[in-house]
Design a binder for this molecule. Structure first.
Ligand SMILES: Nc1ncnc2c1ncn2[C@@H]1O[C@H](COP(=O)(O)OP(=O)(O)OP(=O)(O)O)[C@@H](O)[C@H]1O
Ligand SMILES: N[C@@H](CCO)C(=O)O
Length: 254
Protein backbone atom coordinates (compact mmCIF):
# COMPACT_ATOMS: atom_id res chain seq x y z
CA UNK A 1 0.00 0.00 0.00
CA UNK A 2 1.43 3.41 -0.96
CA UNK A 3 1.59 6.08 1.69
CA UNK A 4 -0.10 9.31 0.60
CA UNK A 5 0.87 12.69 2.00
CA UNK A 6 -2.08 14.92 2.94
CA UNK A 7 -3.43 17.36 0.37
CA UNK A 8 -4.29 19.87 3.06
CA UNK A 9 -3.48 20.43 6.72
CA UNK A 10 -5.37 22.89 8.95
CA UNK A 11 -4.02 24.01 12.32
CA UNK A 12 -5.63 26.31 14.90
CA UNK A 13 -3.24 27.82 17.45
CA UNK A 14 -4.33 29.87 20.45
CA UNK A 15 -3.32 33.30 21.66
CA UNK A 16 -1.33 33.11 24.88
CA UNK A 17 -0.65 35.34 27.83
CA UNK A 18 2.96 34.83 28.96
CA UNK A 19 4.65 36.25 32.07
CA UNK A 20 1.35 35.49 33.78
CA UNK A 21 1.17 37.51 37.04
CA UNK A 22 4.33 36.77 39.04
CA UNK A 23 5.38 33.98 36.65
CA UNK A 24 7.94 35.99 34.68
CA UNK A 25 9.40 33.82 31.88
CA UNK A 26 7.67 30.80 33.41
CA UNK A 27 3.83 30.83 33.46
CA UNK A 28 1.73 31.06 30.31
CA UNK A 29 -1.98 30.66 29.65
CA UNK A 30 -3.65 29.70 26.35
CA UNK A 31 -6.73 31.77 25.49
CA UNK A 32 -9.80 30.82 23.46
CA UNK A 33 -8.84 33.08 20.55
CA UNK A 34 -7.20 31.37 17.57
CA UNK A 35 -5.23 31.94 14.40
CA UNK A 36 -6.01 29.41 11.68
CA UNK A 37 -3.39 28.17 9.22
CA UNK A 38 -4.17 26.05 6.17
CA UNK A 39 -1.44 24.49 4.05
CA UNK A 40 -2.03 22.71 0.75
CA UNK A 41 0.08 21.57 -2.17
CA UNK A 42 0.07 24.23 -4.86
CA UNK A 43 2.32 25.35 -7.70
CA UNK A 44 5.80 24.10 -8.42
CA UNK A 45 8.24 26.33 -6.52
CA UNK A 46 8.97 25.11 -2.97
CA UNK A 47 11.04 28.23 -2.21
CA UNK A 48 8.18 30.63 -2.93
CA UNK A 49 4.94 29.64 -1.23
CA UNK A 50 1.77 31.53 -2.06
CA UNK A 51 0.73 33.12 1.24
CA UNK A 52 -2.70 34.69 1.73
CA UNK A 53 -3.58 36.63 4.85
CA UNK A 54 -7.26 36.86 5.80
CA UNK A 55 -8.36 39.44 8.38
CA UNK A 56 -7.46 43.07 9.01
CA UNK A 57 -5.43 42.07 12.08
CA UNK A 58 -2.98 40.33 9.76
CA UNK A 59 -2.02 43.58 8.05
CA UNK A 60 1.75 43.95 7.94
CA UNK A 61 2.56 40.24 8.27
CA UNK A 62 5.02 38.99 5.66
CA UNK A 63 3.64 37.05 2.70
CA UNK A 64 7.16 36.22 1.47
CA UNK A 65 9.35 33.19 2.10
CA UNK A 66 10.53 34.80 5.38
CA UNK A 67 7.02 34.36 6.83
CA UNK A 68 7.40 32.87 10.28
CA UNK A 69 4.78 30.13 9.77
CA UNK A 70 6.48 28.99 6.55
CA UNK A 71 9.94 29.15 8.17
CA UNK A 72 8.76 26.92 11.03
CA UNK A 73 7.00 24.56 8.61
CA UNK A 74 10.29 24.17 6.71
CA UNK A 75 12.33 23.86 9.91
CA UNK A 76 10.79 20.53 10.86
CA UNK A 77 10.75 19.14 7.32
CA UNK A 78 14.43 20.01 6.88
CA UNK A 79 15.31 18.43 10.21
CA UNK A 80 13.51 15.25 9.11
CA UNK A 81 15.13 15.48 5.68
CA UNK A 82 11.74 15.48 3.97
CA UNK A 83 11.66 17.42 0.65
CA UNK A 84 9.91 20.79 1.02
CA UNK A 85 6.63 20.72 -0.93
CA UNK A 86 5.44 23.65 -3.01
CA UNK A 87 2.53 25.06 -1.02
CA UNK A 88 -0.18 27.63 -0.64
CA UNK A 89 -0.69 28.91 2.92
CA UNK A 90 -3.86 30.64 4.06
CA UNK A 91 -3.56 32.44 7.41
CA UNK A 92 -6.79 33.62 9.05
CA UNK A 93 -5.60 36.11 11.64
CA UNK A 94 -7.80 36.77 14.67
CA UNK A 95 -5.00 37.74 17.07
CA UNK A 96 -3.36 41.19 16.91
CA UNK A 97 0.41 40.99 16.56
CA UNK A 98 2.94 42.86 18.68
CA UNK A 99 0.43 43.33 21.50
CA UNK A 100 1.52 40.71 24.02
CA UNK A 101 -0.85 37.95 22.87
CA UNK A 102 1.78 35.60 21.46
CA UNK A 103 0.98 36.08 17.78
CA UNK A 104 4.43 34.95 16.64
CA UNK A 105 4.09 31.87 18.87
CA UNK A 106 0.94 30.89 16.94
CA UNK A 107 2.95 31.07 13.70
CA UNK A 108 5.91 29.12 15.08
CA UNK A 109 3.81 26.42 16.73
CA UNK A 110 1.36 26.36 13.80
CA UNK A 111 4.15 25.81 11.27
CA UNK A 112 5.72 23.01 13.29
CA UNK A 113 2.35 21.32 13.94
CA UNK A 114 1.37 21.55 10.27
CA UNK A 115 4.70 20.02 9.20
CA UNK A 116 4.31 17.28 11.81
CA UNK A 117 0.89 16.36 10.41
CA UNK A 118 2.31 16.55 6.88
CA UNK A 119 4.83 13.78 7.68
CA UNK A 120 2.63 11.68 9.96
CA UNK A 121 1.66 9.31 7.13
CA UNK A 122 5.37 8.63 6.59
CA UNK A 123 5.70 7.58 10.23
CA UNK A 124 8.00 10.54 10.87
CA UNK A 125 5.85 12.62 13.25
CA UNK A 126 7.80 13.72 16.33
CA UNK A 127 6.51 14.01 19.93
CA UNK A 128 5.36 17.36 21.33
CA UNK A 129 8.46 17.61 23.57
CA UNK A 130 10.61 17.77 20.44
CA UNK A 131 8.29 20.33 18.81
CA UNK A 132 8.56 22.44 21.94
CA UNK A 133 12.38 22.48 21.85
CA UNK A 134 12.23 23.60 18.22
CA UNK A 135 9.52 26.18 18.90
CA UNK A 136 11.57 27.80 21.67
CA UNK A 137 14.59 27.97 19.36
CA UNK A 138 12.50 29.52 16.58
CA UNK A 139 10.70 32.07 18.79
CA UNK A 140 12.78 35.19 19.39
CA UNK A 141 14.17 35.40 22.90
CA UNK A 142 14.38 31.73 23.86
CA UNK A 143 11.56 31.87 26.43
CA UNK A 144 9.00 29.06 26.42
CA UNK A 145 6.06 30.75 28.17
CA UNK A 146 4.22 31.68 24.93
CA UNK A 147 5.04 28.67 22.74
CA UNK A 148 4.46 26.05 25.47
CA UNK A 149 0.79 26.96 26.13
CA UNK A 150 0.29 27.56 22.39
CA UNK A 151 1.38 23.95 21.86
CA UNK A 152 -0.11 22.24 24.92
CA UNK A 153 -3.13 24.46 25.70
CA UNK A 154 -4.28 25.54 29.16
CA UNK A 155 -2.06 26.90 31.92
CA UNK A 156 1.54 25.79 31.51
CA UNK A 157 4.48 26.12 33.91
CA UNK A 158 7.84 26.13 32.16
CA UNK A 159 11.50 26.20 33.09
CA UNK A 160 14.91 25.07 31.84
CA UNK A 161 16.74 22.28 33.65
CA UNK A 162 20.31 21.64 32.46
CA UNK A 163 19.43 23.12 29.08
CA UNK A 164 16.28 21.00 28.70
CA UNK A 165 12.84 22.61 28.71
CA UNK A 166 10.28 21.36 31.18
CA UNK A 167 6.69 22.36 30.40
CA UNK A 168 3.91 21.05 32.61
CA UNK A 169 0.29 21.69 31.81
CA UNK A 170 -1.79 22.18 34.91
CA UNK A 171 -5.53 22.33 35.44
CA UNK A 172 -7.18 25.70 34.89
CA UNK A 173 -10.70 26.06 36.30
CA UNK A 174 -13.46 26.21 33.69
CA UNK A 175 -15.36 28.74 35.75
CA UNK A 176 -12.67 31.43 35.35
CA UNK A 177 -12.63 33.76 32.34
CA UNK A 178 -9.75 35.95 31.17
CA UNK A 179 -10.45 39.59 30.30
CA UNK A 180 -7.72 40.94 28.04
CA UNK A 181 -6.77 44.59 27.68
CA UNK A 182 -4.43 44.98 24.76
CA UNK A 183 -3.18 48.24 23.26
CA UNK A 184 -4.11 49.28 19.73
CA UNK A 185 -0.43 50.06 19.09
CA UNK A 186 2.46 47.57 19.08
CA UNK A 187 4.68 47.15 22.15
CA UNK A 188 8.30 46.16 21.73
CA UNK A 189 8.91 43.29 24.16
CA UNK A 190 12.60 43.06 23.23
CA UNK A 191 13.08 46.76 24.11
CA UNK A 192 11.13 46.13 27.32
CA UNK A 193 13.47 43.35 28.44
CA UNK A 194 16.44 45.69 28.06
CA UNK A 195 14.94 47.91 30.76
CA UNK A 196 14.96 45.14 33.37
CA UNK A 197 17.69 45.25 36.04
CA UNK A 198 20.46 42.63 36.10
CA UNK A 199 19.89 41.94 39.81
CA UNK A 200 16.90 42.07 42.15
CA UNK A 201 16.63 42.59 45.91
CA UNK A 202 15.89 39.40 47.86
CA UNK A 203 12.57 40.87 49.05
CA UNK A 204 11.37 41.24 45.44
CA UNK A 205 12.38 37.68 44.58
CA UNK A 206 10.58 36.18 47.58
CA UNK A 207 7.57 38.44 46.85
CA UNK A 208 7.34 36.70 43.47
CA UNK A 209 8.14 33.14 44.53
CA UNK A 210 5.46 33.38 47.23
CA UNK A 211 2.89 34.66 44.77
CA UNK A 212 3.63 32.02 42.15
CA UNK A 213 3.03 29.40 44.84
CA UNK A 214 -0.12 31.23 45.98
CA UNK A 215 -1.48 31.58 42.44
CA UNK A 216 -1.07 27.91 41.53
CA UNK A 217 -2.42 26.74 44.89
CA UNK A 218 -5.39 29.13 44.79
CA UNK A 219 -6.29 27.86 41.30
CA UNK A 220 -6.05 24.21 42.35
CA UNK A 221 -7.98 24.62 45.61
CA UNK A 222 -10.67 27.02 44.41
CA UNK A 223 -9.50 29.91 46.65
CA UNK A 224 -10.28 32.40 43.87
CA UNK A 225 -10.49 35.35 46.27
CA UNK A 226 -6.66 35.11 46.53
CA UNK A 227 -6.01 35.41 42.81
CA UNK A 228 -5.95 39.24 42.74
CA UNK A 229 -3.09 39.36 45.24
CA UNK A 230 -1.44 36.26 43.76
CA UNK A 231 -1.19 37.97 40.34
CA UNK A 232 1.01 40.76 41.72
CA UNK A 233 4.59 40.95 40.51
CA UNK A 234 7.76 42.87 41.27
CA UNK A 235 10.05 41.55 38.54
CA UNK A 236 8.67 43.06 35.36
CA UNK A 237 5.28 44.75 35.81
CA UNK A 238 6.68 47.76 37.73
CA UNK A 239 9.02 48.42 34.80
CA UNK A 240 6.14 48.25 32.30
CA UNK A 241 4.06 50.46 34.56
CA UNK A 242 6.70 53.17 34.61
CA UNK A 243 7.70 52.98 30.98
CA UNK A 244 5.68 55.09 28.59
CA UNK A 245 7.74 53.37 25.86
CA UNK A 246 5.92 50.12 26.53
CA UNK A 247 2.41 51.02 27.42
CA UNK A 248 1.28 54.41 28.69
CA UNK A 249 -2.07 53.09 29.97
CA UNK A 250 -0.73 50.03 31.79
CA UNK A 251 -0.45 51.92 35.09
CA UNK A 252 -4.23 52.24 35.08
CA UNK A 253 -4.71 48.51 34.59
CA UNK A 254 -2.11 46.76 36.75
N1 LIG B 1 0.45 35.38 12.91
C1 LIG B 1 1.69 35.53 12.40
N2 LIG B 1 2.03 34.89 11.27
C2 LIG B 1 3.27 35.03 10.76
N3 LIG B 1 4.24 35.76 11.33
C3 LIG B 1 3.95 36.42 12.45
C4 LIG B 1 2.65 36.34 13.06
N4 LIG B 1 2.65 37.11 14.17
C5 LIG B 1 3.87 37.64 14.27
N5 LIG B 1 4.66 37.22 13.26
C6 LIG B 1 6.05 37.61 13.03
O1 LIG B 1 6.75 37.42 14.24
C7 LIG B 1 7.75 38.41 14.40
C8 LIG B 1 7.57 39.06 15.77
O2 LIG B 1 6.36 39.76 15.71
P1 LIG B 1 5.72 40.52 16.94
O3 LIG B 1 6.76 41.30 17.66
O4 LIG B 1 4.54 41.24 16.40
O5 LIG B 1 5.37 39.28 17.83
P2 LIG B 1 4.16 38.97 18.75
O6 LIG B 1 4.28 37.54 19.08
O7 LIG B 1 2.88 39.42 18.17
O8 LIG B 1 4.44 39.86 19.99
P3 LIG B 1 4.04 39.61 21.47
O9 LIG B 1 5.23 38.93 22.08
O10 LIG B 1 3.84 41.00 22.00
O11 LIG B 1 2.82 38.78 21.54
C9 LIG B 1 7.59 39.36 13.23
O12 LIG B 1 8.53 38.97 12.23
C10 LIG B 1 6.19 39.10 12.75
O13 LIG B 1 6.03 39.36 11.37
N1 LIG C 1 8.66 35.70 28.95
C1 LIG C 1 8.80 36.18 27.61
C2 LIG C 1 7.44 36.16 26.96
C3 LIG C 1 7.52 36.41 25.50
O1 LIG C 1 7.90 35.20 24.85
C4 LIG C 1 9.35 37.59 27.59
O2 LIG C 1 9.06 38.38 28.50
O3 LIG C 1 10.11 37.92 26.68
Amino acid sequence: MALVLPVMVTVLTPATSANLGPGFDSLGLALQLYNRFEVEEWGSDPDHPKIEVIGALGEGLSTGPDNMFFQSFMLLLKRLQVPIPSVRIRMTINIPHGCGLGSSATAVVGGLMAANEWVRALGLAVPKEELLEMAVEAEAGNHPDNVAPALLGGLVATTHVDGKIHAIKTKFPNSLRAVIFTPSFPMDTVAGRKLLPANYPKADVTFNTGRVALLLTALQTGRYELIGEAMQDRLHQPIVRHSSLLCPISSMLL
